[in-house]
Every structure is written in structure tokens, then in C-alpha cells.
Design a binder for this molecule. Sequence first.
Ligand code: C2E
Ligand code: CA
Ligand code: CA
Length: 528
Amino acid sequence: MSFIRNPHLVQSHLYALLVFYLFSIFLLALAWEFKLEGVAMGVLDLPYDGDFEVAERWRFVLTSTGFAVLAMVVPFVLLKRLIGSLHQSYNNLVVAQAQSDSLARHDPLSGLLNRRVFHEQLATRLDQPGVGTAVFLIDLDRFKQINDTHGHAAGDVAICTVADTLREATAGWQAAVARLGGDEFALAVTGRFSRLDLATLAETILAKIAAAPTGLPGVAFSATMGIAVSPVDGMVAETLLQHADSAMYRGKNNGRAVFHFYEASFENALRERMRLEAELRQAIAQRQIQPYYQPIVSLPEQQLVGFELLARWMHPQHGVIMPQDFIPLTEQLGLIKSLTEGLLIQAFAEARKWPPGLLLAVNVSSSMIESDDFPDWLAELARTGDFPLGHLEVEVTENALVANVGSARLNLERLRAMGVSVALDDFGTGYSGLYHLTQLAIDKIKIDRSFFDTSLDNQSEMVKAILALGKSLRMQITAEGVEHEQLADWLTTHDCDFAQGYLFGRPLPVAQVAALMAPDRHAGPLRA
Ligand code: C2E
Ligand code: CA
Ligand code: CA
């Protein structure tokens, strides 16, 4: 095969062979003509007259050598061509093989190593005794947005920018740089380095990406990075990559365009949160979150007028979980609407068995009160559950209203038009702008229980002012967190309309609600 690889060598050999051959023929012809012919005839015992002229002898020598040359020319040219074309095919094969090798090892867009080869190289690096390896996972920020808004060409530019940056920034390092797929890149560096060296490298990469021209007006690229270092954070490729991923996830949650080293404590918290998240999703789907009902009474009669619906998570292992431990996460996960829907469906079915005329108050989060379809969604649920809209109340906090006053205002008006009343929850703890009271369709104010926490004297002037404000705006007032008789009496003398609190009843499961409504209880004042 070597002659295919190096045809010039072969051809020069060929020429030498040819010259040698012709020279040998020439010598042989000379020898034959001047000596051997006579000897051969003598040996054969044949008559031989060797009396030739010298010129005649030379003519024979030149003629025979000349014919030998002619006889060689055609095979020589053919052989030369054959070697040339074999060499060309061999070259083509070598190029094709190199291309397919490269395709199998590299990402075609960025030219970086692909995922498989990166894993192999990382594993090899980790096998080297006595040297440290650090793994960086790098993820472009808002890649989908760049692709969707500016097209795939812009996305490709972003990918190549990160690839070039990684290549440049790691010059001088013993590094393997890869594109793992999509907008995710990985870097493995091996050698003797400190954490500070790694942090400096990470900062350089982030700064270079941020400074790279994007070709898009007003757009800058940025990336988030997670770093895991062997042997501290793991000894095998999978663990290191997982840990770098966890560190990167932390950066994505921390506003992006940052780098983080892996920290086990963070990962534990993350794992806990993910577990809770999965459980919560399942709990909502399986209706493990159930409505509890807290009585609301009228003043001064202290008679039951309705219930506030409060969520309780009946966890199969942990027992009852209170709303402050799962409502914020439910809101973050965008699941609050389906949680509220599940609660309302159950509550409507249960409330049908209650004496008519009782109010059902439901807490509504900001994302729901802002959404355009909220009133229709509520009306449809009540219709399906056969619950009269006139007995439904929506409780919403001021903070939820101010998030998007415009759409909240429209929705409150539509609720009022449907006959649903609106209560401003936790009044006095949040934003508390009088603007909301005068401009929005609010029927009721719920004074937060913190106003009654400490001694009545300290807070009473504030409560009196809120009560007076409510009266002048023709709004009804509910006092929350009423735990003592003394407070109930004080509220009565100051014309508060409704009260709610442990004095009249804690939030109760549906089975205990029925007992409250026994005819003998319903007639007199309600006390827990
Ligand atoms: P909230 O709307 O202010 O509900 C009243 C909270 O005060 C309830 O806490 C209730 O159990 C508690 N409470 C009532 N009377 C007394 C009392 O006399 N003394 C004391 N110390 N506390 C009293 P809970 O059930 O833990 O609910 C906490 C918060 O979670 C609620 O505050 C509400 O903002 C939210 N929440 C509960 N259920 C839901 C729901 O289904 N959807 C939404 N979006 N939020 C909910
Ligand atoms: Ca409430
Ligand atoms: Ca409240």
C-alpha cells in the first residue's frame, strides 16, 4: 500500500529501474555482439564467422537496445498512469474518512467536540492520577427568545459566539470544549489550578460573551455557568456533570449571567424543593388539598352568615400542611388556578347541603384577579356547581390589586355586575392606598388580625379610623382574628359588621361544619 500513499517515490524508483534495465540491455547487447555470440556458437559447435565490421556490430547493439526501449515505453506510461489514479483515489478516501471522523466527533455548527466525545475525554482525564479536573457547564441565557424573536440565524450566531469565546478563553489551558446540544456547552480543564484560577477563567468567559458583538441592535448575549471540581465534587464524569448542572441551575434562579461553584447544601435544598413541587402537583391533581371552612358571624347578633374557604393539604405522610407552606409555591408554579378550581368544586358540592343564604368567601391570588378570563371562569364553575353567584365572595389583598390595577379594576366591576361581592383582605398590612378603596368595586374590608394582636388600647384608634372610613365609603367591615369575648364586644359597640376568629370557630373540615348548623346552634350566638 505504501506506493499508493507516495507515488513520487515509486515513480523515481521506476525511472531508475528503467535506466538500469536499459543499461543492462545495452551492456548485454555489447557483450553479446563482441564476445558472447562467438562463445555461444562455439559451445553449440556451430560454424561462426565473427568477421564483422565494428560499425555493423554497433548497429546491432543500438538497434536491439533501441527496440528494447520502445518495448518498454507503453507499459511504462500505463503503469505510471495507474499509480497516479490509484494515488488520487487513495487521497479522496483519506479526505472522506477524515471528514466522517470529524463529523462523528464534532458538532458541525460550532466545530466543538460533541457530547459523546466530551464524555469519553472527561472520563480519560478523570482517570489520570494526581491531577485535578474541573467541569464547567455553560448555558446561553434566553436562547429561545433570541431564536423566536430574531430567527435561527441569530441563534446560530449566539452559538458560534460562545464556541469562539470558549476556545479563545481556554487557550493555554489543557481543555476540552464541547457543545452538548442546543444552547448547552461544556468545558473540562485538567491540571494544577486553584479555585481562584477557575473563577477567573469563568469571569473571563462571561465577560467575553457579554462583550461579543451580536449584530442585533439592543441585544447582548449572556450565559450562566456551573462549575464542579474533581475530586471534591465527584470522581466520575456523570456525578461531576450532574453537580455542575445543579450549580448552573442555581445561577439561572439567581438572575443569570453568573457562575456558581457546586455546593452540596444548595443541592439538598433544591432536591427538597423539587420533591415538594412534585408532591404538590400530585396533591392538586388528586384533590389531596381540601377546603376547610371558618365561620363568619354578623355583629351584634353573632350569628353565622357564611364561611371563608381555607385550603388544607392532607398529606399522606406529613398530615395537615398549612397554606403558608404551600400557597406561595403553588403561585410560583402557576398552579394556583387549578388548586382554587379543585377547592371550589368541592366547596360548591358541600355547600349545597347547607341552609340557603350562607356566604362562601374564597381567597383569590393576584395572578387570577388580573387574568381576563377570571370572572367568566368563576361564573362557569358556580353554574356547574349549582351555586348562586350572589352568595359568593372573592377575597383579594391590596398587594394583589396593585400588581395590575387596570385589569383588576375591570374584573372587580364584572364580578360586581355578576352579583359576586369583593372583600379587601388583610386590610392595613399591605399597600393600603385609599385610592383603591374609592376607585375599585370593593364591597367589604377585612381588618387584619395584627390590629388586634397586642393590647386593644394601642390599636383601637387605628381600628376606629378604619371603621369610620368603611362607613363613609359605604363598605361593610369584617374583623379578622377575633379570639376573645372582650374584643367582640368592643367591635359591637363600634359598629363593626362582621367578625371572624377562633372565638366563633376555627377553620373546620366539612364534617364539623354540619354540626355548627344544627338547628339549636343556628338560633343563638355562635361561639366556639
Ligand atoms: P387569610 O385569608 O388572612 O386567612 C385567615 C387566616 O387567619 C387563616 O389562616 C386562619 O386560619 C387564620 N385565623 C382565623 N381566625 C384566627 C384567629 O382567631 N386567630 C389566629 N391566630 N388566626 C386566625 P390560614 O388558614 O393558615 O391561611 C393563611 C393564609 O393563606 C390565608 O390568610 C390566605 O391568604 C391564604 N390562603 C388560604 N387558603 C387559600 C386559598 O385557597 N387560596 C389562596 N389564594 N390563598 C389561601
Ligand atoms: Ca382571606
Ligand atoms: Ca385575611
